[in-house]
Structure formats: C-alpha cells, structure tokens
Design a protein around this ligand. Structure first.
Ligand code: ATP
Ligand code: MG
Length: 211
C-alpha cells in the first residue's frame, strides 16, 4: 500500500476546484483512508476554511515552496496517507509541480461557450507536461443536460482524459461548502449527491487499479 496524490488543477477562477478537492478528500476519509488536504490557494484558503468549519484543520497543509510540497508527497506516500491538492486559479510553479507529481489530476471546467478556451488550455497543459498519472475532467455547473452529455462525448473522442464526469449547477453546493459539509453529508439535493458521489467513486476506482 502507498498513499496517492490527487491534484485538482485549473487556470480559471470559480470552476469548482476547491469544491472538488474537499469532496474528494472527504470521500477518501469515508473509505477509511488517512488524508492530507493541501491548500495551494493561500489567498482564498477555501479548502482550509472548509476543514476548519468541520473541526478538522489539522489535516490541512500549506507548503511554502515546491521543495516543501514534494517532500510532503514523499512522506505521505511512505506513510500510506493520501494527498488531495487544491490549486489556485493559475498554473503557478507549485500547482504545476503538484500536477506533474500526481497519480491523478482533475480538471474542472464550466460548460459555457466562454469556457472552451480554458478547457483548451487545460488540455494543452495536460498533454505538454506529459503527466504520468490519470487525467480526469469534470464538467461543472452545467445548466443543460444535453450540452453536458455532448461535451463528455467530445472529451471522450479527444482521448486526453481517462474519465469525464458532470455536475449540474446546484445551490446545494454553496450551503454545504459554507457549513464544512459535503453534499452527501447535507443530503439536501439528491441529484447533487448522486453526481458528486459518482465522480468521487469513479476517480477512486481508477486510482485503486493503479495502486
Ligand atoms: N456544481 C455547482 N453548482 C453550484 N455552485 C457550485 C458548484 N460547484 C461549485 N459551486 C460554487 O461556485 C463557487 C466557486 O467554486 P469553487 O470555490 O470550488 O471554485 P474554484 O475553482 O476553487 O475557485 P477559485 O479559482 O476562485 O479558487 C463556490 O461558491 C461554490 O460553492
Ligand atoms: Mg478555489
């Protein structure tokens, strides 16, 4: 057994990186894993705030630099602890290092026409850095089911990502995140629960195969 590193990456703001990171971290704990949540977005500190609201601030780490980040990864792997990294909305050196040393990288993006460029950039970064881990794509806050499905089909045909998932635009995420809870712990919106659980389970299933 060895811990794995999952990095939630993206160079556009507000796509759901922190939302995805905290749900992944809690879903790993639900599976009995020990987890460190790395918050690389010190300016906003959303992941830190989420775990503070749960009374679990001790599981959050904020490394000072790339060396500190990579040392944290090595120690976690050696101690069979999983790491989930929440990146800032920028391809900063620390975010790039996290993605390049991850067993899995998750790219959330919004499904609107204006967001096609950020998806293009994500694909370029994913291919140019030749990340050795699995690449996951999350179409977040979709408003139209057919548009979301079409996007997932397109992403499948591009062949860059190991798996693509979708999450609709649902208010349940806002209240849950503020309360330091996942949508399945709040249980206010069955669709939000179903979609977010499916994403986390699918990612963990792929990662288990790679263990
Ligand atoms: N599927 C969703 N439906 C509705 N609201 C969502 C959804 N996902 C995230 N949100 C909300 O959108 C906002 C941005 O989400 P989040 O903070 O996770 O994005 P981010 O990519 O981390 O942003 P930043 O780049 O600023 O760090 C938050 O208020 C969050 O509650
Ligand atoms: Mg964030």
């Amino acid at each position: 057994m060895a811990g794995r590193v999952l990095t939630v990456f993206g160079n556009k703001g507000g796509t759901g990186k922190s939302m995805t990171a905290v749900h992944l971290a809690v879903s790993l704990m639900d599976r009995g894993r020990r987890v460190i949540a790395v918050d690389l977005d010190a300016r906003q500190g959303d992941t830190k705030a989420f775990f503070e609201a749960r009374g679990q601030e001790q599981m959050v780490a904020i490394p000072n630099d790339v060396d500190g980040l990579l040392e944290l990864f090595e120690n976690a792997k050696a101690e069979d602890v999983d790491v989930v990294v929440d990146c800032p909305p920028a391809d900063s050196p620390m975010a790039m290092a996290a993605a390049e040393h991850s067993d899995g990288t998750i790219y959330p993006f919004l499904s609107g026409a204006n967001d096609a460029r950020s998806l293009g950039r994500a694909i370029r970064i994913a291919t140019q850095t030749q990340q050795p881990g699995a690449l996951f794509c999350l179409v977040n806050k979709y408003k139209n089911t057919n548009d979301a499905r079409a996007l997932v089909a397109m992403l499948g045909s591009v062949g860059v990502f190991t798996m693509a998932g979708v999450v609709g635009d649902r208010n349940a995420f806002n209240s849950a995140l503020r309360a330091g809870r996942t949508v399945w712990e709040m249980n206010e919106d069955a669709k939000a629960v179903l979609e977010m659980k499916a994403i986390c389970d699918n990612i963990h299933r792929v990662m288990e195969r790679k263990r």
